[in-house]
Design a protein around this ligand. Structure first.
Ligand code: ZN
Length: 211
């Protein structure tokens, strides 16, 4: 039953994404917790701005773009890493909607996530916060997460149940959010890794995609 909710669409790279961005992502993908780097590129792959996140205990890693770069990053491509390996956070979406990026990407040890607007564009920041809170508190959504967490097959394939649940939850929230807001959302599994727990997560996702 729960297999339907863990589908990860695999893509190697999007045709529009520039090699420079993919190369940059290799350098930040495996940064140790809580290190976070943000790179903002033009559509031609020129690095416009790079910034390190500041870790604040109890809050997490925060990146506040300085005012003097606001204008030049609007409509460009933002990529960053999550050492938790999770998909976009609520803060990512709420705080970055203002910049109307043509694509937002997040990379981790086991995969890459991408969000981009369709013709209707990005929703407003206040709407994003509201939508995500609604998804998180939806009892049906909570039940789906429980189904996954207590599915013997998931437990068998997961080498890190808590970590995998964080990843799955963030992925499912982004999936629902993108549908609600008419955005393109894609997730890909990183296939170059040899770490056992990542392979477990990967094989579980891929196996369920085929079912
Ligand atoms: Zn983030």
């Amino acid at each position: 039953m729960c297999a339907k909710y863990i589908i990860v669409h695999v893509y190697c790279s999007t045709p529009t994404i520039n090699e420079n961005i993919l190369e940059y992502e290799k350098t930040i993908r495996n940064l140790p917790e809580p290190e976070e780097m943000v790179g903002i590129f033009s559509k031609k792959g020129v690095l416009i701005h790079e910034q390190e996140g500041i870790y604040i205990p109890g809050i997490g890693t925060v990146v506040i773009l300085p005012k003097n770069v606001h204008e030049k990053v609007i409509g460009q491509i933002l990529t960053h890493n999550h050492s938790s390996d999770a998909s976009f956070s609520k803060r990512d979406l709420v705080e970055h909607a203002y910049f109307r990026f043509s694509e937002m990407r997040v990379v981790g040890k086991s995969g890459t996530f991408s969000l981009s607007p369709k013709e209707s564009g990005w929703p407003e920041s206040f709407e994003i916060g509201e939508f995500i809170s609604q998804i998180r508190s939806d009892s049906e959504f909570q039940s789906k997460l429980n189904d996954i967490q207590f599915d013997p097959k998931f437990c068998q394939h997961s080498g890190d149940i808590n970590g995998d649940m964080v990843r799955i939850k963030s992925h499912l929230i982004c999936e629902k959010f993108s549908t609600k807001c008419n955005l393109n959302y894609r997730a890909s599994a990183q296939t170059e890794t040899t770490e056992p727990y990542i392979q477990n997560w990967l094989s579980y996702c891929l196996q369920n995609e085929l079912e």
